[in-house]
Write a protein that binds this ligand. Structure first.
Ligand SMILES: [Mg+2]
Length: 265
């Protein structure tokens, strides 16, 4: 009898362990691991750094060209986006993977820390532009509440024009065109630098990826010329389109949509 009871207890314990492992397995499918490779590319691939240098080296070449040919009716300006263009937020993405959380969880904490590092090449390029008498404007879709901490983060690294007058934050809309028009009232914009196509032209916002490709093809001569593109495999307008801009989907639904969009042979 005693032996039977012991056996029952052992079987129950084993079943308990198996069932808790299965529960853990269910939880594991609801994680953010789909962001792993993109975030690691950002943090661990020297290739990513090389691409950033390539972008900013090209920007310098184009700026020098513009400086030689510009008819100075207005002051010259370079317009840059902030996130993944001049400041690296991959540590926020890493936190989201490790803690299994989603934006906007931790975004406020991350911005308030003001500890984002510069994207390689950005600081040197923008200080070069400033040394040539070109003004720098930061047009970002960070919310207005993060203006002071963003300035603090930029100033800490020595970014030029990191002040109230040169930071155009998101107020009500994500569309950056009205903010570019404000800059154009006083300046001739010689270059736009960004990691999202909407950083260059509003026409890229909220259209399907098929149309984004078509528009990119039609503007191919602008890239590496007036439009300087930084790589960002972690997020962007292209991801929104894959998810039909529904960010409330469960992670399983997101992964299903991502897989549906794979092009295989
Ligand atoms: Mg950006």
């Amino acid at each position: 009898m005693k032996r039977t009871l012991t056996s029952i207890v052992i079987i129950a314990l084993v079943l308990g362990i198996v069932s808790s492992c299965q529960q853990e397995k269910v939880v594991q499918t609801e994680n953010n691991d789909y962001l792993l490779m993109a975030t690691l590319f950002h943090q661990q691939a020297a290739e990513k750094r090389a691409l950033s240098y390539q972008a900013y080296n090209t920007a310098k070449l184009m700026l020098d060209k513009a400086l030689k040919s510009a008819r100075l009716t207005k002051k010259l300006a370079v317009v840059v986006d902030i996130d993944e263009t001049v400041l690296d937020n991959s540590q926020f993405e890493a936190k989201s993977i490790i803690e299994n959380t989603d934006y906007p969880r931790y975004w406020k904490e991350w911005c308030n820390e003001a500890s984002a590092r510069p994207i390689s090449g950005s600081l040197e390029f923008l200080n070069y532009a400033k040394s040539q008498g070109v003004d720098v404007f930061y047009i970002t879709n960070r919310k207005l509440e993060f203006k002071d901490v963003t300035i603090k983060n930029l100033v800490m690294h020595g970014f030029p024009d990191a002040d109230e007058a040169h930071l155009l934050m998101k107020t009500d809309i994500s569309n950056k065109e009205p903010r570019r028009e404000i800059v154009e009232k006083t300046h001739h914009i010689v270059l736009l630098v960004g990691d999202n196509l909407g950083d260059f032209l509003h026409d890229f916002d909220d259209i399907t990826n098929e149309r984004r490709f078509a528009l990119t093809d039609s503007l191919k001569n602008e890239f590496g010329s007036r439009f300087i593109m930084l790589p960002n495999p972690m997020y962007g307008g292209w991801v929104g389109e894959l998810l039909n801009n529904n960010f409330d989907l469960t992670k399983e639904e997101k992964i299903r949509l991502f897989k549906e969009n794979l092009i295989s042979f």
